[in-house]
Design a protein around this ligand. Structure first.
Ligand SMILES: [Zn+2]
Length: 210
């Protein structure tokens, strides 16, 4: 609960705590959904499902309880002048589309050229996760990751490429399978210097998906 209170205070679209339903309210709502699709929520296999769904939602949307700027605060400055590209390749993530709450499953390539401050490599992956574990569209996910790294680390440049499959296209609507959406955001030297951008894109195209 403390974490939720903290987030509600720091969030730009802040949520009034008095209006937040309780976990039991949400379990009841999921039970109603089960009835509405034609199920019997009291049968053995479904009795625990509303509670399981609540826990699943807490995991899917745990990013709302994380502050991506805070994750990047701890930096290292003793880099002996290292000013070459740092690239984290093929970070796997799971997100959900904000239109259908359908899974978006993909990988992110994150690069920056430091100015003087570098950050632990696992922190970049945590920023990807903090934004992915929210309701998203891929374009905004891409921009948020790049903008946050730029804002906190103030590097010479940032590049983010995301490739992802959208289940709202494969399991509903147009039922298209096997397609990827690719989005990118280039800032600073990645935007201004074609050589730097090219060097990064070669790394993206050479894979890195785990
Ligand atoms: Zn969708």
């Amino acid at each position: 609960m403390n974490e939720i209170v903290r987030f509600a205070r720091s969030s730009s679209h802040s949520v009034s705590l008095e209006t937040l339903p309780s976990q039991l309210d949400i379990e009841h709502s999921f039970r109603e959904v089960l009835r509405w699709i034609g199920e019997d929520p009291d049968r053995d296999g479904l009795r625990e499902t509303p509670a399981r769904l609540v826990r699943a939602f807490q995991e899917y949307f745990s990013g709302y309880r994380q502050d991506p700027e805070l994750i990047l605060q701890k930096t290292f400055e003793e880099t002996d002048g290292y000013d070459e590209m740092v690239v984290l390749r093929g970070v796997p993530f799971e997100s959900h589309c904000e239109h259908h709450v359908a899974p978006i499953i993909g990988h992110a390539w994150v690069a920056y050229v430091p100015n003087s401050r570098v950050v632990g490599i696992s922190k970049l992956a945590r920023v990807v996760e903090a934004y992915a574990k929210r309701l998203q569209i891929q374009e905004r996910l891409t921009a948020q990751i790049a903008n946050t790294i730029e804002k906190v680390l103030k590097p010479q440049g940032v590049a983010v490429v995301i490739k992802a499959a959208h289940h709202c296209m494969s399991s509903r609507g147009v039922h298209v399978h096997g397609t990827d959406l690719v989005t990118s955001r280039m800032l600073g030297c990645f935007r201004d210097n074609p050589m730097t951008r090219q060097e990064f894109m070669v790394m993206v195209h050479s894979g890195g998906e785990q």
